[in-house]
Design a protein around this ligand. Structure first.
Ligand SMILES: [Zn+2]
Length: 329
């Protein structure tokens, strides 16, 4: 799906420009009916504006050029006064842009405009499987009371206390400092204890603020890494490496091979080098991560990720999480 993003975005920009051109035509039609003298003025200004470069090409004297410029200025003034007298804004007959910086092209020179990223975020949001999940799995719907306050004696804290601590870390430090901090998170522990739920909450919060968050299950990610390696899909590689946050969900659920371990290592490395953040969640315990993904992957994780253990055998948590997910559906 990501493969066609560039093309889709260029189509979006083209539509915006077409739309603005159509709007301008309609505004001109409207003015032609209500105040044709303004359109006449506008046409004369356009003719003179074209005459200016011609005069330069023909080697016209400086005085000639100054005269044309003065005429244009005078006519513009008249046009603005007339528009105002009819109750229109002065730029009513100008082409409008949704983004004046790049004039709705997405690029300033060869650099991507800021609006390009915003559009990419929206496009990704709309087309990814994420949007359905995020409608229900977000901090508005996160109820800490649903986690058990009982301490089963296996850990220092009850499940609720543990979740409270993680929640405080995320909302009190991680999210507010997202721009200035390179913290990567690793959520580990048995399934059904809220790892994915919390990842989605974080994704929603950041996407709403305009960050590009890409969510991948480990299976999808390995499929993408194959696509990059064997089909040279550089756009996809760029997205995975340079998105603001890459969430890799359920690491260990995929079939672990030499290829997947190697490419995962490369991807993590590239993201670390580019200061782009990751959240990895896994049902594996720490020794199993090392065993499955080799010591070099494991040491990258240990050295660059903040680890949080999610726990609880309480079946109610699983039911509560399922309920939270479906509450607003
Ligand atoms: Zn722009």
């Amino acid at each position: 799906m990501i493969k066609g993003y560039q093309e889709k975005l260029m189509n979006i920009y083209e539509k915006i420009r077409e739309n603005e051109n159509r709007n301008l035509k309609n505004r001109k039609k409207e003015i032609l009916q209500k105040a044709p003298e303004i359109i006449e003025l506008d046409n004369t200004i356009q003719k003179l504006s074209l005459a200016l470069p011609m005069a330069i090409l023909k080697g016209g004297s400086e005085a000639d050029l100054d005269n044309i410029k003065a005429d244009i200025q005078e006519l513009r003034k008249q046009k603005y006064e007339l528009l105002t007298s009819y109750g229109y804004p002065v730029d009513y007959l100008n082409l409008h842009y949704q983004c004046a910086k790049c004039q709705d092209t997405g690029y300033i020179g060869t650099q991507r405009c800021k609006c390009f990223k915003n559009k990419l975020v929206n496009l990704y949001y709309e087309t990814s499987k994420l949007s359905n999940n995020l409608a229900t799995c977000n901090f508005n719907n996160f109820d800490i009371r649903l986690f058990s306050p009982e301490n089963d004696g296996n850990y220092k804290n009850s499940q609720r206390k543990n979740m409270e601590k993680i929640y405080e870390f995320v909302r009190g430090g991680y999210l507010p400092n997202f721009d200035n901090d390179n913290t990567n998170l690793l959520f580990y522990g048995e399934s059904g204890n809220g790892k994915t739920f919390l990842s989605w909450c974080i994704a929603k919060e950041l996407l709403d603020k305009g960050y590009l968050v890409i969510y991948k299950t480990s299976n999808d990610l390995i499929r993408d890494l194959r696509e990059i390696t064997f089909n040279n899909n550089y756009m996809l590689e760029d997205l995975l490496i340079n998105c603001d946050l890459l969430i890799i969900d359920d690491l260990g659920a995929e079939q672990v091979t030499d290829f997947s371990t190697n490419e995962l290592f490369n991807l993590i490395n590239k993201k670390l080098l580019n200061n782009k953040k990751m959240i990895i969640s896994t049902n594996l315990n720490l020794p199993d991560i090392e065993k499955s993904y080799t010591t070099r992957v494991y040491s990258r994780l240990v050295g660059n990720f903040t680890f949080f253990k999610f726990y609880g055998n309480d079946v109610r948590i699983k039911l509560n999480l399922a309920r939270m997910r479906s509450q607003q559906q």
